[in-house]
Every structure is written in structure tokens, then in C-alpha cells.
Design a protein around this ligand. Structure first.
Ligand code: ZN
Length: 145
């Protein structure tokens, strides 16, 4: 199996069986975003306590890239500190731009499966939708403090 096939399987698997999809009662922060180019919708909800993401849930609908990216993102950020998550957002954005992320691509784990979208600017918007929601969530959190 080629790496491309493997990556495609990871994306399809997350799309069919999304992790952390659902509601979160009393979230610390909630951000809803829409990607008009593709029609993707994401609502991200985070429970944050003492500077740490205790829970991340999302709801939404859209293409496999947008939904798989949201699923993988929530898995990657749960349990991490807000600082670590801010660093991960930067790394992932660099990675999608085809640059070497700080600390190397290894720190992105399973997220490297989204590598293929780099060749398709329209798809990058799909992959980044949940991450933009995350970025705005972090900004809202910072404004609360
Ligand atoms: Zn899309």
C-alpha cells in the first residue's frame, strides 16, 4: 500500500467514524464557522480548565476533508495546554503551506495524513476550517482572562 493510499484510508476512517463529534454541555468557548467555497460547517466547543483543554467536541457537516480534519484535531488537542495547542495550530498551518513545522512533522502525528490537500488550495480551506475555529476559540479564551 502506498503512503497516499494509507493517508486516504486515515481520512476516510475519521470521516466515517468521527472522534469527539457531539455536544458539550456548558463549553468554556464555542465557535461556529462556515466555508462558503465548499459548504462545510463546523461548530467547535471546548471545555478549558486551568489552561488545559479538558474536552473538545465538534458538530457539523461537509466534505470528508473538513470533517476528518476536525475529528483528528480534537484528538490532537484534548488534554493539552492552551500554549501547546497554539503551537500545534502554527505547526499545522505551516505544514499545509508546505513548510517544515517547528519541531518537525513528527509532532503532528496522524495529522500528516492531510498532506495531500497541499496540492489543492480549495481543499486547504476545508482542512483549515476546524483549525480556524480553534484559533478563534483561543483568541476568545485570551480575551476572557
Ligand atoms: Zn470541504
Amino acid at each position: 500500500m502506498s503512503l497516499t493510499d494509507l493517508y486516504r484510508e486515515v481520512i476516510v476512517e475519521h470521516y466515517k467514524h468521527p472522534r469527539n463529534k457531539g455536544e458539550l454541555p456548558d463549553p468554556t468557548v464555542r465557535v461556529e464557522l462556515y466555508n462558503p467555497v465548499c459548504g462545510d460547517e463546523i461548530e467547535l466547543k471546548l471545555a478549558v480548565r486551568e489552561g488545559r483543554i479538558e474536552a473538545a467536541r465538534f458538530t457539523g457537516k461537509g466534505c470528508s476533508i473538513s470533517q476528518a480534519s476536525a475529528s483528528m484535531m480534537t484528538e490532537a488537542i484534548e488534554g493539552r495546554s492552551v500554549e501547546e495547542v497554539a503551537g500545534l495550530v502554527e505547526s499545522f498551518k505551516r505544514f499545509l503551506r508546505g513548510e517544515e513545522p517547528a519541531g518537525g512533522a513528527e509532532r503532528l502525528g496522524e495529522l500528516v495524513a492531510l498532506e495531500g490537500v497541499r496540492r489543492f488550495p480549495v481543499r486547504i480551506k476545508c482542512a483549515l476550517l476546524s483549525w480556524s475555529a480553534l484559533e478563534q476559540s483561543l483568541q476568545k479564551l485570551a480575551a476572557k482572562e
